[in-house]
Design a protein around this ligand. Structure first.
Ligand SMILES: [Zn+2]
Length: 463
């Protein structure tokens, strides 16, 4: 299917453009066969059947783009990534969690410059756009992802990380964070916001957690934390044992185990009071989920990363039953190894169905909602994105469903969830701007950034 027409139809030069497709999936309404989506500038102005669009006087002179055989749906929302770590795909295989973290941080700090991280993040942005992702919640300890989001045209939140397991260093760590965040906030845009991320309970002292959430509340900054991810983390908090405890002791850092779960610990520290975005939540029980629900905190579910690192399976069904807002996240390519939310959703469906021995836990419709509207709710962006509705931002994608692996096509939602791959994405648009079409990233020079990356890791790549 050709997308040539996309390239001359950028709405910045067109008043109204209508995209006609075999299906339009608004997400908040059933799929529309022979559907149409009309946009003006950065907004959606019509969603419905093509026959209905033909009766609308204001659409009579619009340019019409025909996408026969395609499905239009809201862009995917990846609620947890680390774009700056795109260099690390395949670099940290089959390591225990502590060794995995040590090798990652040592390599990052000893081998990579800020320019390298910028190149890594730009390739991460390209990978996301190619996979139909239009919004990213990224966590990083450089500003590389923040810059990549703005340069690539993606929408998103860049959570600036802070570390500091030694309580005595809490003031210094917070002051450093404030300087970095202030600098980034001056460059926030309509599409890209800044948040903060005290990394995890095993890298951030209780004192630093308290201070960061206090600062975040004062400054209205969203907070994101790696939470209840591993057995090592649980052991550290429950009884001060395990590999993280050993690591802290080896560094001469005093640690007194709170003898609580991570969620109870966060509740006691006041961390849950800012309703943070909690990444992972693999090791949570019913009481923890009740606390998360009570505080209106949100969860980024990253099933592939959790499985690949051997951490386990997060209790998704219980999270959803508790009405907790849950989005899907890929985590970084260091633990995935893709930034592909379609692959993530397919894995999520199969994993939880297998584990629960239930044929529909979760169903295709729910997964598509998690990839779009639920992700928007997790990021507080549901008024702008996550569904194809009049007045919402024109953040949408087109999937080519004419390929052999889609024939015959009896159920469009099942086709997208279980048969489609990210290679079926033929168009990615954010705020009415075409960012990916014709197999090419439109917003920036992807090959140039690839060349910069090859300088760092000349072996392989062999294409
Ligand atoms: Zn992460």
């Amino acid at each position: 299917m050709t997308c040539e027409v996309f390239l001359r139809s950028n709405p910045s030069t067109m008043a109204i453009t209508i995209y006609q497709a075999a299906w339009v999936l608004p997400i908040t309404a059933p799929p529309i066969p022979q559907g149409a989506l009309a946009i003006a500038d950065d907004k959606i102005i019509f969603v419905g059947a093509q026959a209905e669009a033909a009766t609308q006087p204001r659409l009579q002179h619009a340019e019409v783009i025909h996408l026969n055989g395609a499905a239009l749906l809201p862009g995917f929302i990846n609620t947890h990534t680390h774009l700056e770590l795109n260099f690390f795909r395949g670099f940290l295989e089959d390591l225990a969690f502590r060794e995995w973290i040590l090798k990652l941080t040592t390599t990052k700090y000893e081998r990579l410059t800020n320019d390298d991280l910028a190149a890594s993040a730009m390739l991460g942005a390209a990978e996301a756009l190619r996979a139909g992702v239009t919004c990213v919640a990224d966590t990083g300890d450089s500003r590389a992802a923040f810059d990549a989001l703005r340069q690539s045209g993606l929408r998103g939140v860049a959570y600036r990380e802070v570390f500091g397991p030694n309580a005595a260093d809490a003031s210094m760590s917070l002051e450093g964070l404030k300087v970095k965040v202030a600098e980034m906030r001056e460059e926030e845009t309509e599409l890209v916001r800044v948040g903060v991320s005290p990394h995890a309970p095993y890298t951030v002292s209780g004192e630093l957690f308290r201070r960061v959430v206090e600062y975040a509340a004062q400054e209205s900054l969203d907070v994101c934390i790696h939470t209840a991810e591993s057995a090592a983390e649980e052991n550290l908090l429950r009884d001060g044992s395990g590999e993280f405890a050993e690591r802290l002791a080896a560094r001469g850092i005093e640690w007194k185990a709170p003898q609580q779960s991570t969620i109870q610990y966060f509740a006691a520290l006041g961390v849950l009071d800012v309703a943070p975005l909690l990444v992972h939540c693999v090791r949570v029980d019913d009481e923890d989920l009740a606390l998360i629900g009570k505080h209106r905190a949100r969860i980024a579910h990253c099933p592939k990363s959790n499985a690949k690192l051997g951490h386990g399976i997060a209790p998704l069904a219980k999270m959803l039953a508790a009405n907790i807002r849950v989005g899907l996240g890929t985590d970084s390519v260091a633990s995935n190894n893709r930034l592909d939310l379609m692959s993530e959703a397919q894995f999520c469906a199969l994993l939880h169905r297998a584990a629960s021995q239930h044929f529909k836990a979760p169903g295709a419709e729910r997964l598509l909602q998690m990839m779009t509207l639920d992700g928007a709710r997790v990021l507080g962006l549901e008024d702008k994105i996550g569904a194809l509705e009049i007045g919402k931002q024109a953040d949408f994608i087109a999937l080519d469903l004419t390929k052999r692996h889609h024939q015959p096509l009896h159920d469009v939602m099942a086709a997208i969830l279980f048969a489609a791959t990210s290679d079926d994405v033929i168009l990615t648009m954010v705020a009415g701007r075409v960012l990916f079409a014709e197999g090419v990233i439109q917003a920036f020079d992807e090959p140039e950034w690839q060349t910069r990356c090859k300088r760092l890791f000349p072996q392989p790549p062999s294409f």
